[in-house]
Design a protein around this ligand. Structure first.
Ligand code: FDA
Length: 305
């Protein structure tokens, strides 16, 4: 219920103004977000890759209002990728792209053309793109976009959210040679008709999906901070005879950083999702919704304690 309220607030203009003008400064937000500029993102990327971690960079912003904004977002990604390529970080850092940030739902042809442009820039920088998965009503369109992109860019990653009732079916379809699939629980509010709403059911679905992906021929990217699921992933890797380079763990910047380093130190691939930019509000609210303790942290910061 509380989670639903926070997710509803993530889409509310009024709540946005309150959070953005609260006197807690940028400190609380900075726990989850690398900063507002490309330089901030590069600083964090260098620090993380120096610790043996991989990175996926996300330019904050979603559900843009018009074609001009959508094109500007794609341009920003292209510039970011040119810089990644120039710095040689392309082998350690890829990008995550939200279809709604490049015009999906406003002009789908433009969104696809922009995604192709970003994929081309990623290839030139020796790296890859993963399409984030957003609200449940965008799943079919995003899977179709990934399918289309994979004709020319077979390394484009796609996301399956285990809270979706069809998650296991999506995984079975996507577990083919070369297919990069990120599995996560799902961060949005979705109705019971299409999604499990009970946390234990979402976790059980995650395990079923992991089994399919780890036994399959693709490259699973297991995006969770959940200790039990990470342990099961390790057991499945042994059971399915997977070497460390054939799959990866993924976590968000600012969440369980010690665990990220522990897994990397034992030889596993760990990729950290690093979000940056000025449009941090919706992303930040989803992070609050994931863990009630974060709200307490936030309120204490606002109160100046
Ligand atoms: P769960 O929420 O049960 O958390 C398990 C434990 O992790 C908690 O007990 C706590 O210790 C820690 N934890 C989790 N979230 C925390 C937080 N916000 N603050 C502090 N501690 C926290 N979703 C989506 O719908 N589409 C997408 O494309 C993506 N992409 C994506 C990429 C990557 C790399 C990650 C890690 C996650 C996503 N997600 C996502 C978000 C995902 O769906 C999910 O909401 C979060 O990962 C939280 O779920 P957990 O699996 O960590 O479990």
């Amino acid at each position: 219920m509380f989670r639903q309220a926070l997710l509803a607030a993530s889409r509310s203009g009024g709540a946005r103004r309150i959070v953005e003008t609260a006197p807690f400064g940028r400190d609380v937000v900075r726990r989850f977000i690398a900063g507002e500029t490309v330089d901030d993102a590069f600083g964090v990327t260098q620090e993380l890759t120096g610790q043996g971690l991989l990175v996926t960079l996300d330019v904050l912003g979603e559900y843009v209002g018009d074609v001009r904004q959508a094109t500007a977002t794609a341009d920003h990604y292209v510039e970011l990728l040119e810089r990644l390529g120039g710095s040689g970080l392309g082998t350690r850092a890829e990008v995550s792209l939200k279809p709604s940030a490049i015009g999906q739902g406003i002009d789908d042809d433009l969104a696809l053309a922009s995604a192709q442009r970003v994929c081309q820039a990623a290839r030139a920088a020796s790296t890859t793109v993963t399409l984030d998965m957003e609200e449940h009503d965008r799943v079919d369109a995003t899977l179709a976009m990934a399918h289309e992109l994979r004709r020319d860019f077979p390394d484009v990653g796609v996301v399956v959210q285990s809270y979706l009732r069809r998650a296991e079916e999506y995984c079975a379809d996507l577990a083919y040679e070369g297919s990069r699939v990120r599995l996560c629980k799902g961060a949005y509010a979705a109705p019971e008709a299409v999604a499990f709403t009970d946390r234990a059911e979402v976790d059980r679905s995650f395990v079923r999906c992991m089994k399919v992906l780890m036994a399959g021929k693709g490259h699973p990217m297991l995006a969770t901070h959940d200790p039990r699921l990470i342990e099961i992933a390790g057991a499945l890797a042994v059971l399915d005879g997977r070497d460390a380079e054939t799959f990866e763990y993924q976590m968000l910047y600012g969440i369980r950083p010690q665990e990220q380093r522990r897994l990397a130190a034992r030889g596993d691939q760990v990729r950290v999702y690093v979000a940056y930019g000025s449009e941090w509000y919706a992303y930040f609210m989803r992070r609050l919704a994931e863990r009630p303790a974060n709200v307490g942290f936030f309120i204490r910061s606002v109160a100046g304690r």
